[in-house]
Design a binder for this molecule. Sequence first.
Ligand SMILES: Nc1ncnc2c1ncn2[C@@H]1O[C@H](COP(=O)(O)OP(=O)(O)OP(=O)(O)O)[C@@H](O)[C@H]1O
Ligand SMILES: [Mg+2]
Length: 463
Amino acid sequence: MTKRKPPSAAPRPDEEGFRLIAFVAGETRSYPLPRKGSITLGRSEACDIRIEEPSVSRRHATLHLGPPFTLEDHGSVNGTRLRVAQEQGGGTGKIEELRLPPGTPVPVEPHTLMQIGSVVVVLWPASEPLAPGAPAAAPPRAVVSDPSMQRLYELAALVAQSQISVLLRGETGVGKELLAEAIHQRSPRAQGPFVRINCAAFSETLLESELFGHERGAFTGAGRAKPGLIEMADGGTLFLDEVGEMPPAVQVKLLRVLEDRKLLRVGGLEAHSVDVRFVAATHQDLEACVARGTFRQDLYFRINGFTLTIPPLRERVAEIAAVSRYFIERFASEQGRPPPVLTPEAQVLLERHPWPGNLRELRNVMGRALVLCRGGAIQPEHLVFDAPQKPAEPSRAEVPPTPFPLTSGKLGEDIAALERQRIQEALERCVGNQTEAAKLLGISRRTLVTRLGTYGLPRPRRR
Ligand SMILES: Nc1ncnc2c1ncn2[C@@H]1O[C@H](COP(=O)(O)OP(=O)(O)OP(=O)(O)O)[C@@H](O)[C@H]1O
Ligand SMILES: [Mg+2]
């Protein structure tokens, strides 16, 4: 069946309205643009479009509204770039980065990726939907295809059968919460509630009252008795996220619940029995917290009946394509359109990225790619990686941009440098054992040996 286009009421290109979309911190923002004039972009409040990101200068660049549209850099610290895909003998793949000379307006086309510091912005015709369609229908599902993850999920299914407390470890965004849910679903408590709480999101008093509940009149404002989340998880599982952030006073109370399976509400006199399975998660080094004295050792042993460590995404490269396709299909179906193809060139780039934000970052990248590919195949130029998370912004300093950390201006060279470094690191970690290092890198041993030759790295001797 073919859809007929409606009679052409579309605006002519020269009178069409535009908006600017910006990918900031995993979010897609959309700013309607006026038809004429100039729009300043920067970190300062005085700018027309304010981008509060450390790599963006206070007054970074100006977009002169066309046609033709031009972009002008104002001598920003981290520069303004255009990212242009090169058509090459039938296949795309090469991306050219053009750093704008300060003070000179340079023409830009709609849909071209413009990089302001490390933030990517795109000029977008207002008539083209950005396509957030129906809300997610199906709950998120874990794609498990890397052998290391298959083993981990098998182990989790075994552990789920018992009552034992489980501690989930792994970097941010690796899928700890999804695994916690999987444990609940595979446990004999699957019919019971799965309750989650983020221990980092509450002050000490609030966390205590959220977890343990309170009796009427326990404190000012406690007009009614309220059960806590531990009670609400009775017969099911309580997921304690960011458990390393739990304040000491709450740790003591929780320890009692874990030891006696009895719970006392705030302001209560009588303890109630509870039947709860605890799954906790942390991306912190809990042993170090114990050593520092910020986390109780007795509680550490109680919640750590069994530890499951989820490897970071860069160590399960074999899974990246499958998870990418899962996100593509999911987003496309939410938007009610057919899923675009992921080109092999884009897949290679995904497999080489170090993924500091793990699966959350991959999800964000795929969400943006679906916008940028406009129904066509997903090419390398549609992959916009997350800006790195900086712990704290120095007041005036502007950190160098890194989604495309181009010192040389050539993406390929940066990727090669990164790959060389990762190979060296892997060999060091595996004390020169090439088979182990290849496994860690998610490549075959033969590929590793070839790469050693390519990068002029000596083949380690057997130790
Ligand atoms: N194996 C997977 N397959 C598909 N999606 C996944 C997988 N693992 C994680 N995700 C998705 O990635 C995102 C991050 O996962 P999750 O919230 O479970 O990570 P986390 O380890 O709890 O992160 P944090 O430490 O930041 O709390 C979620 O949207 C989740 O649905
Ligand atoms: Mg989490």
